[in-house]
Design a protein around this ligand. Structure first.
Ligand code: ZN
Length: 335
């Protein structure tokens, strides 16, 4: 199901519910409070909002409940404060709010700094902590460059620019502890969110060695993190634990969580259904098949890295393609 179709169905079901449920009905599919919030949010299920703006970093999901909310991923540093203020605007308070990181990459954890500054607990897989501790230079670079990065995003610069400048002005006072998670998860768990709960799963190393999948079973929403790059070439960073084999194994387990109605939020790209998980699995299978074929024909590494494979090149980002081909070559050549 493509996004427009899904969005139509979500809106149609919201309208269908309107007659029966009255004012408490889901506004699923609607863009909420544009002009009031700093970022643009879409309600993807009742009380669950997603910000999928490609310029802001990884996709963020707000899982709302009575008496609390879970924010899943915090984008680049200067967007953290925007997410927090929007959480307050959408749910009326940040009382009972917690933040969870789907993995350690800076476009998902940079905003931790804003949550920690306001005393909001930050949760991540235990393997994320060392990677985060090693990312100080990345975070400070992004903090410092924040104002100019926002300036290039026409539809957000007026709203987020002041927040980015405030953070950049504090750069000298920031230390790595301002990003480090407060609570580490070592295994699958159920997290209380106000009067509700979400299941948090770790399928082993895939995109990183600390991937978490957030599954709201009541509202049938899954935040897949960067296990899924919907219609984008996925980033391979072996130093963070990425392996093709592990990634596919994780995707298979992720797919098993989904039914035909599940709303899947990828780490990057548009919200969809379980078909976007299937698309990512097919992509990985094509990638493995192509690299394995070249390896068997004795094609040298630099030619594999420079190969032009239509299913990849059509998605752009040539640097990301090269990185993926190199990483998969090394993995398969290493046995
Ligand atoms: Zn990532």
């Amino acid at each position: 199901m493509d996004r427009d179709r899904r969005s139509f169905i979500l809106q149609a079901s919201a309208l269908a519910g309107l007659a029966v449920l009255g004012p408490r009905v889901s506004r699923a599919g609607a863009v909420v409070r544009r002009g009031v919030t700093l970022l643009d949010w879409t309600e993807i299920a009742e009380g669950v909002h997603a910000c999928v703006d490609r310029w802001t970093g990884g996709n963020t999901v707000l899982f709302g409940a009575k008496g609390g909310a879970l924010v899943s991923d915090a984008k680049f540093p200067f967007y953290g404060e925007a997410i927090l203020r929007d959480t307050e605007s959408v749910f009326g308070s940040i009382e009972g709010v917690e933040l969870i990181n789907t993995h350690h990459h800076g476009d998902h954890t940079g905003g931790n700094v804003a949550f920690k500054a306001r005393g909001v607990p930050v949760i991540a897989h235990r393997n994320a902590t060392d990677h985060i501790r090693g990312s100080y230079d990345v975070y400070i670079r992004d903090v410092t460059n924040g104002p100019s990065m926002v300036e290039r995003v026409e539809h957000l610069k007026g709203r987020v620019g002041p927040v980015a400048r405030e953070l950049a002005d504090r750069a000298d006072a920031l230390g790595i502890e301002d990003w480090v998670p407060d609570r580490q998860l070592g295994q699958e768990t159920v997290l209380r969110v106000g009067d509700g709960a979400v299941e948090v799963r770790h399928f082993g190393a895939g995109h990183t060695d600390n991937d978490l999948v957030i599954h709201d079973t009541q509202r049938n929403v899954v935040h897949a993190g960067d296990l899924v790059f919907n219609k984008r070439n996925p980033y391979f960073f072996p130093s963070g634990g990425a392996t093709l084999r592990g990634w596919v194994a994780s995707l298979d387990k992720l797919l098993a969580l989904c039914d035909s109605e599940t709303v899947v939020v990828p780490g990057h790209g548009a919200v969809g259904g379980r078909e976007i998980v299937g698309w990512q699995i097919e992509y990985m299978q094509k990638l493995e098949g192509a690299v394995r074929g070249m390896l068997e024909r004795g094609v040298p590494r630099d030619e594999v890295v420079g190969a032009s494979l239509p299913f990849m090149t059509e998605l752009g980002s040539p640097g990301v393609v090269k990185r993926a081909l190199g990483a998969v070559y090394d993995e398969l050549a290493g046995g």
